[in-house]
Design a protein around this ligand. Sequence first.
Ligand code: SF4
Length: 342
Amino acid sequence: MNNRIDILSLTFEEFSELLKKEFGKGDYHARALYRAIFKNGRRTFDDLEELKKSGDFSKQFADSLSFPPMEIDSELQDEVTKFVSKLGDGSLIESVIIPMNDYSTLCISSQVGCRMGCSFCKTGDMGFTRNLTTAEIIGQVMIAHHHYGADIRNIVFMGMGEPLDNLDAVIQSLKILTGQHGFDIPYKRITVSTSGLAEGIRELIRRDMTKVCLAISLNGAEDQLRRTIMPITNKYSLADLKDALKSYPLDKKGVFFVEYVLLKGVNDSDEDVQRIVAFCDGLAVVVNLIPYNGENFTRPGDDEVDQFRLKLVGHKLFVRVRTARGDDIAAACGQLAAERSN
Ligand code: SF4
């Protein structure tokens, strides 16, 4: 065959179709190969039981595969494992493995940089370079699984980039991640975090992708204030965002995660409590408060964070404070920027 198989960008159904067309092999072989690559991280197949009677097919097939050029550029391991991947064009992206009790959550990037320019965000400071391909998104999961041996059962699109600004590649990745012959991660264990691209949320609805969990990076619940922190508010007002959320069909027990990075003296007043309550009114939400951890703003003290939390709880909101290091990362997009960690 002339074209190589860009394997990490294919769903099982697409792969199966291609295998039939290029090699005349049916679903039996497709299942074995897809599982060997995605579940077991294999790149050679000589000893695969299912291929033993297939002559030199296993070699021909292995030679036809193409993987995105990605290598680990640096890593930092403590409570969590952060790894920076170097892409084919030299761009760097960061991913984080967060150990839970008996499995791991993986926080992945969807773009190199980000064009949303949120003022509290390291990635926003970098500006936008390019979208990741589907294979580069899936490549991060392959590295976490097969290089680090992590048992990844939760995925959060909360690394570098605005996932809904790279919708085609993100949607294709979701289909691959949830495919039962590959990673087989249920939609309810995958969260896409957005800065509030109302049109992107509507597009998820149009494309029937609403089984995935949504996190909204709110950080300001009144337009004027939010514009100063998150310029995307100029394009999509909070009313527009709420309108999009209201039309997003949630499961019976489903909720939206509302992420709120607390910036001392900026978005932590009593008035802000009222604004958050008003925004959340009529939506099923869990509010995650994240004390700011950076240099552009001041981080509120633990007592102030707790007071803020209690005021929200007083309005019958379910609120969590994310303080542990891994939780910080998993609770808000934009806390990552691919800095070399060694
Ligand atoms: S917070 Fe998210 S959307 Fe905003 S600049 Fe950072 S990565 Fe982009």
